[in-house]
Ligand binder design. Structure first.
Ligand code: SF4
Ligand code: SF4
Length: 310
């Protein structure tokens, strides 16, 4: 039987998202993000984006999806689990869990494209764009607005049943759908574990993160030398950092993912401190063949290893 109502369209999309392996799917009306505008402005004014100059671009587009996608009506927010069953052995040289397997940008974008195709096949001609961790979309704000969860004090999205070890992605389309209620309850309560544990004091009391101090920024985004005032503060993180998520009590609900493409290279988890210190271009290319770690290139990872070592 053909589906013809907004409710049926929305139900179909959520059902297909689940079938494609997404953890959760919520839908919000594509409109100007009024609440976020002053917050983003202050964040940029304070220089919390460090040298990520691109964050200063497209200010209006970031806040208004109708400027990003012609005729945009709905923002579909999706989450995809990356919590691994096993973690690295070498405590001295760690990479963030999200980067263990193949680059999530490609893995998830393929799934989004498939979802858009299914929408076109079943509902009719629908135009849209897929976003995976793309700078012009305020993904956590959309996820909260779509009812997926709340933004914790570490500014990452938390889902009650799953914690926070998942990617967020969006599909912005020109089809009107039924919209979910925004998530309005903050379940962090009095907890300050992430603030207390952050090695660089990057999490501020007003629930924002000074990106310029975050180890993820220092080890991935920053192209210059890592400032020496962070010496002995990176706690062995050489690509990204999971500290604020590892200490979050909601992550006791994390369940291992079942995405084969996120499985690490067979050598990665067993590599010892010595293997990292003696890492060669050849091993780097082999172990991180399709991984997001390639973003730093061999030279970038070497810089981070030396920073920990010296
Ligand atoms: S990722 Fe690490 S450095 Fe960044 S805010 Fe979280 S604990 Fe702090
Ligand atoms: S560690 Fe505590 S304060 Fe931080 S995000 Fe988790 S629940 Fe919220």
């Amino acid at each position: 039987m053909a589906i013809i109502t907004k409710e049926e369209y929305s139900g179909f999309i959520k059902e297909q998202a689940k079938r494609l392996g997404f953890l959760a799917c919520g839908i919000a009306k594509a409109e100007f993000l009024e609440r976020e505008a002053p917050r983003l402005e202050t964040w940029l004014e304070n220089g919390y984006h460090g040298k990520m100059q691109y964050m200063e671009n497209h200010f209006d587009k970031r806040l208004d999806p109708t400027l990003l996608v012609d005729g945009a009506k709905s923002v579909i927010s999706l989450s995809y689990n990356y919590f691994p069953e096993k973690t690295q052995k070498a405590e001295e040289y760690k990479i963030s869990k999200y980067a263990y397997g193949q680059d999530y940008h490609h893995v998830i974008k393929d799934k989004l494209k498939e979802l858009l195709q299914l929408i076109n096949d079943e509902i009719g001609e629908v135009s849209g764009r897929c976003f995976v961790d793309s700078a012009p979309v305020l993904e956590r704000a959309w996820a909260e607005k779509s009812g997926l969860g709340w933004n914790g004090k570490h500014s990452l999205l938390i889902q009650k049943q799953q914690g926070s070890f998942f990617f967020l992605a969006e599909l912005i389309i020109d089809l009107e759908l039924t919209y979910d209620h925004p998530f309005t309850t903050d379940h962090c309560g009095e907890c300050t574990r992430c603030i207390d544990a952050c090695p660089t004091q990057a999490i501020l009391p007003d629930n924002t993160v000074d990106g310029s101090k975050c180890i993820s920024y220092l080890t991935i985004e920053l192209k210059d030398a890592i400032p020496t005032n962070f010496k002995d503060k990176t706690e062995g993180w050489m690509f990204g950092c999971d500290v604020c998520q590892d200490v979050c009590p909601w992550n006791r609900f994390s369940k291992p993912h079942s995405e084969p493409l996120f499985s690490p290279h067979e050598n990665l988890l067993d590599m010892k401190a010595r293997d990292w210190q003696e890492l060669t271009q050849e091993t780097f290319s082999k172990v991180f063949k399709k991984s997001a770690v390639k973003r730093t290139k061999f030279s970038g990872l070497q810089r981070n290893i030396k920073f920990i070592q010296e």
